[in-house]
Design a protein around this ligand. Structure first.
Ligand SMILES: Cc1ncc(COP(=O)(O)O)c(C=O)c1O
Length: 444
């Protein structure tokens, strides 16, 4: 936060007034309840939402920093991990922890493989991990924080990791191969079997990032949708990240990192024995761990059970199919690749796709912009069932207007994204985004 004129009020404000003010401030927020957003919020409906609030607030003061002090939280966490491991084909040796988000799970996985290599292969002084270009930036962040070199490889025309390129990229220093199930940008699952086989051949780790799909793919497979093997059923897969706060519909702050084998998890833990405050031993990156998030994850998994997740998955997949067919039926628009679940992107060869995004913004829809190739991104949740028809109708009208160049939203993002796409100097973009972030984090 930058220095500002905002100061702690000298006197307090009545609770009612503060809450009213907070409610008022939400007016300009993204309208996820009405299905207007296509990322960030996974809303399963008001009834489940109210239940989650109760479960969260019951434990909002408890701290998962010390599970020995809170046997309730210990039960919640270990059972969330056990249930998730089982859903993902883990055997009796599987073990893991909860973390606060997918990014933290990924950082923990990279730390685990780095520290395992340090312990067992000290000849590796410059560890590397192989990342398909569609892998989530959380891996880059982990690489940056943990001093592991990211080796990016391309994806094929189907947006799945190019296995040949992975094979070529493996070196003496490789400690980890990463695949996604699915990757966020186009919603397709990497060829996990091939990636894991390469990893197993060389005795290195294979992490599957299923932050997005871990709580949906097992259920859509049970519903009869074709889902390629992506989890511990694939020999050679050594760890999986899966987020309960995405398609698990938990409150924010709940992800899991699961290892095929308990011995791997030991490399994740951090222990400091010399502190005057006592021996500090911690399983994850953060210090204090919000009890509410851990409790709400356990609560939602028990409340929904397999039956509830199947019901939601059925709804999500039917809505996704409707939306994808609707988009493909609009002249000039098409879905990229063959998405494996409910996350996908669409583009156009005949119109400025970012201008279409701006036109949809003007109608109150928020679609994330992507690059390489330029496209718009969607992530479908149960909130979208009732607005799917309206969305397709608006998209059709906007596409027509953009194609006929009747819609050019002044001040929209099209010009900025168009310009950024043509800039060969990525440093300029980084500077631009740095300033943008600085501004965003300043009091207004
Ligand atoms: C595939 C994938 N991995 C990791 C993440 C990071 O998750 P989080 O935002 O919870 O840190 C995301 C977020 O959307 C994702 O889609």
């Amino acid at each position: 936060m930058s220095v500002s004129t905002v100061k702690l009020p000298a006197g307090g404000t009545p609770a009612e007034q503060v809450l009213r003010q907070m409610g008022d401030l939400r007016v300009h927020d993204a309208n996820w309840r009405e299905g207007r957003t296509w990322s960030l919020v996974y809303y399963p409906g008001e009834e489940i939402y109210d239940f989650l609030k109760k479960a969260y607030t019951m434990f909002m003061s408890e701290n998962g920093l010390n599970l020995a002090a809170f046997p309730s939280l210990r039960k919640f966490e270990t059972e969330v991990v056990a249930m998730t491991a089982d859903m993902l084909g883990g055997g009796p040796e599987a073990a893991g922890t909860m973390t606060s988000c997918g990014t933290e799970s990924i950082i923990m996985a990279v730390k685990t493989y780095r520290d395992k290599a340090r312990a067992e292969r000290p000849e590796i002084t410059r560890p590397e991990m192989i990342l398909p270009e569609t892998a989530h930036p959380a891996f880059e962040k982990a690489a940056h924080y943990l001093d592991v070199r990211p080796v990016r490889i391309p994806v094929g025309p189907d947006f799945r990791a190019d296995v040949g390129a992975v094979r070529k990229a493996i070196s003496e220093n490789t400690i980890l191969i990463v695949g996604s199930a699915p990757a966020y940008p186009h919603g397709v699952i990497d060829p996990i079997g091939d990636l894991a086989a390469l990893a197993a051949e060389r005795g290195i780790g294979c992490h599957v990032d299923s932050c997005l799909g871990g709580f949906l793919l097992p259920f859509i497979r049970k519903l009869g949708y074709p889902v390629p093997d992506f989890d511990f059923r694939v020999p050679g897969v050594t760890s999986i990240s899966a987020d309960v706060h995405k398609y698990g519909f938990a409150a924010k702050g709940a992800s899991t990192i699961i290892y095929r084998d308990k011995s791997l998890r030991l490399h994740q833990f951090y222990i400091y024995t010399e502190w005057s405050g006592g021996i500090y031993a911690h399983p994850t990156m953060t210090g204090t761990r919000p009890g509410g998030a851990i409790a709400a994850a356990w609560a939602i998994m028990n409340h929904l059970g397999e039956e509830g997740y199947l019901r939601l998955a059925d709804n999500i997949m039917k809505t996704s199919k409707k939306l994808m067919e609707g988009i493909n039926s609009i002249p000039g628009l098409y879905i990229l690749g063959r998405p494996d679940m409910s996350v996908f992107a669409f583009t156009s060869d005949t119109m400025d796709i970012y201008a279409l995004g701006d036109a949809m913004d003007a109608r109150g829809w928020h679609l994330d912009r992507q690059q390489r190739p330029p496209c718009l991104h969607m992530m479908v949740t149960p909130a979208h069932e009732k607005i799917a028809d309206q969305f397709i109708s608006d998209l059709g009208e906007c596409a027509l207007a953009v194609a006929e160049k009747k819609s050019a939203a002044p001040g929209g993002t099209a010009a900025m994204y168009g310009m950024m796409g043509t800039l060969p100097d990525r440093g300029v973009i980084k500077d631009f985004v740095l300033n943008f972030m600085d501004d965003l984090m300043s009091v207004k």
